[in-house]
Design a protein around this ligand. Structure first.
Ligand code: DAH
Length: 338
């Protein structure tokens, strides 16, 4: 029986030595399990003499322990090896330079719109929005643009019905604002506008404007000038000057087109300003008394100024962009420059 036990030990230890993770459990069952070889031998202990019994019992226990220990050791080795493999495979070199992911960025028109908003918010203006699908009344009628005015021409305006159109300017937001807001009013309203122009380097059927409106007691042309001068300096540089040229808009009286001194040549004349020294930046004027009264504001008590600018235009002159179509084509080579 002693030999039998020693044989079992030998065989067990050897197979443990050769075992893989998968076979280790089978080996354990084979030798130590309820139906295992060692157990089978111990079952035969009954036939031993009382003197032999404790010795063989002790030997059997030793063998059981040594097999268990060998299995435990093997398991531990396997775990250590697995950990080592894992650490090697997942090694991170924290000193390695990172891979830069190409970051998206803000569209130049959005950037300029936000800059414009920041400038006017800094002067106490509030940003408001109006609908792009607009009533004829707000886009034209209330703005003192009469029935037969050329601006109403179906050639210029996208009509949806006789009465409903895609707004051709942001000026209707003036009316909508004055209808529900009491003076003092100080708002800007950026947004999309639509005109049925053929697409070329300076025209697009969809473009963006920013409207401004101030209404209060005692507002004068001086306030308009001061506001626009502050804006121009913030937008184009501290040395920028502005000038007003007489113009006509139905919703302002008097009206002006406003130029900024060329921020490339400072007024001497260059390619950007086409030798003029000045660049047209917006239209403006004192809100027409008819427009005020159309909105329920008494022109005897209140006065106001308004202005409207093209965001594409401002972006093009300030960034040296010569074709409006570039804004809408999403060509990465163009967009990446901003
Ligand atoms: N709405 C005018 C346009 O689209 C721009 C404009 C001119 C707006 C003068 C104004 C203004 O508020 O006072 O051409």
């Amino acid at each position: 029986m002693k030999e039998k036990l020693t044989e079992i030990r030998e065989a067990a230890l050897k197979s443990i030595d050769d075992a893989t993770d998968a076979t280790l459990e089978q080996i354990k069952v084979r030798y130590l399990g309820k139906k295992g070889e060692l157990t089978a031998v111990l079952r035969g202990m009954g036939s031993l003499t009382p003197e032999e019994r404790p010795k063989i019992g002790q030997l059997a226990n030793e063998i059981r322990e040594s097999i268990e220990a060998a299995i435990a050791k093997k398991v531990q080795e396997a775990q250590a090896k697995a950990l080592e493999r894992k650490l090697k495979a997942e090694k991170v070199d924290v000193t390695m330079p990172g891979t830069a992911l190409p970051a998206g960025h803000i569209h130049p028109l959005t950037k300029v719109r936000r800059d414009l908003e920041d400038i006017f918010i800094g002067m106490g203006f509030q940003v408001v929005e109006g609908p792009e699908v607009e009533l004829d009344y707000y886009n034209f009628q209330a703005l003192n643009i009469p029935e037969n005015h050329p601006a109403r021409d179906t050639q210029d305006t996208f009509y949806i019905t006789d009465n409903i159109l895609l707004r051709s300017q942001t000026s209707p937001v003036q009316v909508r604002t004055m209808e529900h807001m009491k003076p003092p009013i100080r708002i800007i309203s950026p947004g999309r506008v639509y005109r049925s122009d053929a697409l070329d380097s300076t025209h697009s059927p969809l473009f963006h404007q920013l409207e401004g409106l101030v209404v209060d007691k005692g507002i004068t042309m001086g306030d308009l000038k001061g506001t626009l001068e502050t804006f121009a300096k913030k937008m184009f540089g501290e040395n920028t000057r502005i000038r007003f040229r007489p113009h006509h808009f139905p919703f302002t009286e008097p009206s002006a087109e406003v130029d900024a001194s060329c921020f490339v040549c400072g007024g001497k004349g260059c390619r950007l300003c086409k030798g003029e020294g000045w660049i047209e930046i917006l239209g403006a004027g004192m809100v027409h008394p008819f427009v005020l009264s159309n909105c329920g504001i008494d022109p005897e008590e209140y006065s106001g100024f308004a202005f409207g600018l093209g965001i594409e235009r401002i972006t093009m002159i300030s960034r040296g962009i010569d074709d409006i179509r570039l804004f809408y084509e999403n060509d990465q080579r163009f967009l990446d420059q901003f």
